[in-house]
Design a protein around this ligand. Structure first.
Ligand code: ADP
Ligand code: MG
Length: 252
């Protein structure tokens, strides 16, 4: 059974088909990269998986279940976490607060048990805190824990956003252009982290990325998307040497 799959998915915006009949099959434990020119439909695919958008046609399955009727706020509980192409964090809150807010959306306790502050709530609170500390250690964020987001560099904010997604303990992590705006050194760190997210944490990664060096370094498989259509899928080398891909890139 496939892990995360899109079957013949199409979505239009005002008559323009942004994603056309796309089928994708992401395997558990792999790092899968989506590449393609601006406007190809890459972020739209992320928005479809995370249910911010609903497809006009086709189906999306995760872990054996259809996502068709789920809402964005269901995603953390089923194990899907994401980052955004434009960072989405609370600027007036600290790094620690932003990471804890992320884990709050996952709490299974209801309102009444929150008021009574039962043992299960307390246990979840402790688990969240432990996870947030682990993520801050892993991403080297302890030095910023009490710093406000708005005072941090762009690169650090991007890593905080990655941390917030990781603190949800997802099964799949969707990263939309994780290296854009990062320095060469930050990008090198990111490559190691993405590899460890797969190897050590066992998380499946689906990423959109323009930096082909990063894609070559970390991705197990790549799909090239042009004008809403997948034109090539395979290992990074085979996709980059595919004449259809070369033609599409030169044509752009
Ligand atoms: P990419 O991430 O590959 O650069 P996008 O998925 O953001 O591209 O966009 C694909 C196409 O869909 C673009 O033409 C974009 O303008 C259009 N699009 C995406 N989201 C919307 C929306 N909410 N409303 C209208 N058009 C949209
Ligand atoms: Mg995009």
């Amino acid at each position: 059974m496939s892990f995360l799959s899109l079957e013949n998915v199409t979505i239009s915006f005002g008559g323009i088909r942004a994603v056309k009949n796309v089928s994708l099959d992401i395997k558990e434990g792999e790092i899968f990269a989506l590449v393609g020119p601006n406007g190809a439909g890459k972020s739209t695919i992320f928005n479809l998986i995370s249910r911010l958008y609903k497809q006009n046609e086709g189906n999306i399955f995760f872990d054996g279940k259809s996502l068709n009727h789920l809402k964005p706020f269901d995603m953390p509980d089923i194990g899907i976490a994401r980052t955004f192409q434009n960072i989405e964090l609370f600027g007036n809150a600290t790094v620690l607060q932003n990471l804890l807010v992320g884990t709050n959306v996952r709490k299974s306790s209801n309102f009444l048990s929150e008021i009574l502050f039962t043992r299960s709530v307390r246990k979840e609170e402790v688990t969240s805190r432990v996870m947030v500390e682990e993520v801050m250690d892993f991403l080297d964020l302890q030095q910023y824990r009490e710093k406000y987001i708005m005072g941090l560099s762009y690169g650090t904010r991007k890593i905080v956003e990655l941390g917030r997604a990781l603190a949800l303990k997802p099964k799949v992590l969707l990263l939309d252009e994780p290296a854009s705006g990062l320095s060469a050194e930050e990008t090198a760190d990111l490559a190691f982290w993405i590899e460890d997210i797969k190897k050590i944490m066992g998380i499946t990664v689906l990423m959109v990325e323009h930096n082909l060096n990063l894609v070559n370094k970390v991705a197990d498989r790549v799909a090239a998307l042009v004008d809403g259509e997948i034109i090539s899928v395979g290992n990074p080398k085979s996709v980059q040497s595919d004449p259809k891909v070369i033609e599409a890139y030169i044509g752009v």
